[in-house]
Design a protein around this ligand. Sequence first.
Ligand code: SF4
Length: 225
Amino acid sequence: MAEQADYIINTGVDVDEDRTGDCIDCFACVRVCPTGIDIRNGTQLECVNCTACMDACDAIMISIGKPTGLIRYASENSIREGKKLKFSGRIKAYSAILLLLISFLVFLLVSRTDVDAVLMRTTGMTYTSLPDGRISNLYSLKLINKTHNDIPLTIKVENGMGEIQVINPANAFVKSEEYSTIQFFIIINRNELHNWKTEVELGLYDKKGKIKSVHATFIGPEVYD
Ligand code: SF4
């Protein structure tokens, strides 16, 4: 008791342990902080959440036999009321939404194709009647290669109807991570057309096999039975 009285007289500081908390002003958290802030002043914009201060503080607390977690992730309420974080209904709902979003993202990544393709009939053109009686339509195939490899492409008619004639076969590949446009004709015998619009299914193939299907609408002359 006498010692405590001396201490108060000598320092002039009234030490109230209930109010001062466990921090011993070792500055370990300030020294290890990569952004040079003093986290004891509260959360700050410069903090990059590296948690180095937490580890440094815990190491000091262990060495002096005090409870760890002096610097930790906690809400103001939980510190004031001394309550631990509860897995509340709101947290459960947010977690479920987050899980759904992550699952959706994973699904998009897994189901992602290497090549994106958009097929359009060349604007301003309908169909052309060839001298041998067949009908042709001109198409532009816009391609996006999402891989790091060049993809040589072959276009095939899947439903056995007609044939493909690429205008410049040397351009029938897509460079890695680039866009490309391939122009080609679909040529179909007039007697194979049963309407003025015919759906044609095309397959895009690289060296390993089919990489994508695209649908083309083929226009021909009106058919009278
Ligand atoms: S988490 Fe990292 S950046 Fe933030 S205060 Fe602690 S040591 Fe500094």
